[in-house]
Write a protein that binds this ligand. Structure first.
Ligand code: UDP
Ligand code: MG
Length: 316
């Protein structure tokens, strides 16, 4: 029996680009059958799309035995989509790829060569430019990677993407991490294994629009920090120690000052400033603590990562 590649495609409102993607991926994977004799299956994850994505997938699944899909009961996010894809993949190799053609499918043969011929478990792409992205956005992205790599033991590579070609072993390793707060970039790196990065220039979306607003990306980056680093907790304890020291010095200074020059009632503005500052700092540190607590809370509920409403078996 020949080997199998599972192509996992998370889709959220991708009706415009899906036909383009479907043609392209079939072309590339068809060549793989001819050149390497390896078969493939396409596993689309419809992440609760509100447009015609699901209808399109149903049509594909009816007409093409290599197409499978899982449709979520609502939008669970791309991370959940990737998890569902990996969990339901049957292939000896799994490739995760965006539906919007920003991850050029023509890289797949090269990735396959790397994983099968060289000593790697995973091949992935890394964009070296952020062409077509706003300046502010790329500035924040760069800063995020810098900070993240300083405060976390897990290395997060700048420009690394979710476009990955993996061996079964690595897929199983990822699935062994059942956490609810999934930050894929961190998870891919945390499991280790040998990964080769192919560098390429950023490609813009073929059609449709991105689901990621600046704000969503910002919150996502915070997720990443809280999921893979406890540095914010350490920082808040350090701030606590620092302010204790400052207060000790202040106590001595104030006692001496009072003994030497006597007491005066002035100083109301100073007190107000210090009060506001310390109050603010305390709330800030409480907030950090709260973030970790809330993550723990959600993990402890062990809710499912995704819920399927329909799969290709319902239409065949
Ligand atoms: N996506 C998803 N669920 C979401 C948002 C996005 O499955 O809630 C999919 C989307 O269909 C696409 C991929 O994730 O295939 C990347 O999304 P997008 O192109 O919007 O992000 P960007 O490329 O701007 O990072
Ligand atoms: Mg995209």
């Amino acid at each position: 029996m020949s080997e199998l590649i599972t192509v996992v495609v998370p889709c959220y409102n991708e009706q415009e680009v899906l036909p383009l993607f479907y043609d392209k991926i079939r072309e590339v994977m068809g060549d793989m059958i001819n050149n390497y004799g390896i078969d493939y299956e396409l596993l689309f994850i419809d992440d609760g799309s509100k447009d015609k994505t699901l209808q399109i997938l149903r049509e594909y699944a009816k007409g093409d035995n290599r197409v499978r899909y899982i449709s979520f009961s609502r939008n669970f996010g791309k991370e959940a989509g990737i998890y569902a894809g990996l969990e339901n993949s049957k292939g000896d190799y799994v490739v995760v790829i965006d539906a919007d053609l920003q991850h050029p499918p023509q890289f797949i043969p090269q990735m396959y060569e790397i994983v099968t011929k060289e000593d790697y478990d995973c091949a992935t792409t890394r964009r070296v430019s952020r062409k077509g992205e706003s300046k502010v956005r790329s500035w924040f992205a760069r800063k995020f990677y810098k900070i993240m790599n300083k405060i976390s033991q897990t290395e997060i590579v700048d420009g690394a993407q979710d476009f990955r070609f993996m061996k079964r072993k690595m897929v199983d390793a990822i699935l062994s991490m059942p956490e609810y707060n999934r930050f894929s970039k961190g998870i891919f790196s945390w499991v280790g294994f040998k990964t080769k990065y192919i560098e390429y220039e950023n490609v813009e979306r073929a059609a449709g629009t991105t689901a990621w607003s600046f704000w969503k990306l910002f919150l996502y980056s915070l997720e990443g920090i809280f999921a893979f680093s406890t540095a914010p907790l350490a920082i808040s304890s350090l701030l606590g120690v620092l302010f204790c020291l400052i207060s000790l010095i202040m106590i001595v200074v104030i006692i001496l000052k009072t003994l030497i020059w006597g007491e005066d009632v002035a100083g109301f503005p100073t007190i107000m400033c210090v009060m506001f500052m310390l109050g603010g700092l305390q709330l800030f540190c409480n907030g950090i603590l709260g973030q970790y607590l809330s993550k723990t809370y959600l993990e402890s509920k062990s809710r499912p990562i995704y819920l399927a409403r329909e799969t290709e078996e319902d239409v065949r």
